[in-house]
Design a protein around this ligand. Sequence first.
Ligand code: BG6
Length: 481
Amino acid sequence: MSIQTNFDLVLFGATGDLAMRKLLPCLYQAHVAGLLHPQGRILGVSRSEMDTESFLAKVETNSKIHVKQNFSDEQWASFIKRIEYLTVNVTCPEDFAALGKKVKSRVETESVVVYLSTAPKFFAQACENLASVGLNADNVRVVLEKPLGTDLVSSQQINNDVGEYFKEEQIYRIDHYLGKESLQNVLALRFANVMFESMWNNKYIKSVQLTIAEQLGVEERGEFYDITGALRDMVQNHLMQMLCMTAMEPPKSLDADDVRDEKVKVIKALKPLTIESVNDNVVRGQYAAAGEMKGYLQELNVPAESFTETYVAIKAEIENERWQGVPFYLRTGKRMADKVAEIVLNFHDLDNHIFPNSKPLANRLVIELQPFDSVRLCVQVKTPGTGNHVEVTPMTIDLDKQLEGRRPEAYERLLLDVINGNLALFNRRDELEAAWEYVMPILDNWAQNTQAPHRYAAHSWGPDAARELLAREGDKWHEDQ
Ligand code: BG6
């Protein structure tokens, strides 16, 4: 297949937030970069009755503003020529006839991508209706947006339903964190650099911290968020993927199944939690009002007595030769002090009698994924002068500045991969279900637990209980080190 695959992209939920804010702007960038086949079409689909012209008017108002770079009127005008609109109600089998006809009328189409940016409860019906008009042929790929289920059983159900009509190699389960350049770079750092790979184990590494902190609160998503919570929204998927990329063994190759085989091994090697052990290893938090900032319970569409977590911290352990004895601390939160996603590897301390003012946890590798993409290795160097003192100094690679070339947004990379049939950055069924299995005892514990989540002040670094989780092991979160 050519690099520019001739495609039809059928975008369900085309009037929704994700399509307008992310998917269409990212497709525009791919268009400008010459990465889309000249004849590739985008078919916006939703149940709203309108024609292409009215849809394009919506795109003009709601999507164009999200194009943050490389904007030009000419490019935009040529991009929107790719877009058409069709009214299709996913629950209405009759509506699919026109869709099938439209897609199949173009014989030169090499790849048909059906992106289901709809609520998961519609996935089964959408797939059945697609299949009824032949839109599950071998050249059709279906993209499923997260959250894929609300627990292990519902996720299995979705996978079974979709699996009735599509083969595993046609199913692209998206986790946009895997589309981030900075996360893919973790594999390059590890497997292309002898000094990192040789030290990437329990002999040298004392503990690992994986953080996704956001400054925003739940905004207008209260209704969705309150039945979802941080564990389902961020931990089961994004943090789990960060963990896999950090901890996996070298894959045989970067082919999809080689990478996914290694990732699933990491999740399966996690020491299982039990309903009881959750009490000691997991912290559930919720942001409280601070100054002008509202607390979670005052947010729109959030019940006043809600226990939904906006913060989670987990102490996880990987039971394999490489990582035995190394705690992996995972945490995420809304309304935190800063917006940052990072991986921090703390190295063991040297038994240092030569430089007695050596700092504990002086050596660490900080891989910052966002907002800046950087790698910082902290080392001790001699303080200039007559004494024999050392001080911690970072060696920094600023990937945003030092590397030439455009760094595509996650969704751009992922959409191109679906169009071109590359599954490496998408989740396989067993991987996803293993992640659900790991978090299930947490959900079960919380379902029975009558203790309210630990409160933390909006724009702080989370509840004290999360600090205590690390203090028990003599550790500190990165911002306190
Ligand atoms: C989404 C979550 O998957 O990821 C959001 O649903 C969250 O709640 C977002 O804000 C974070 O993504 P990023 O790329 O901004 O870190």
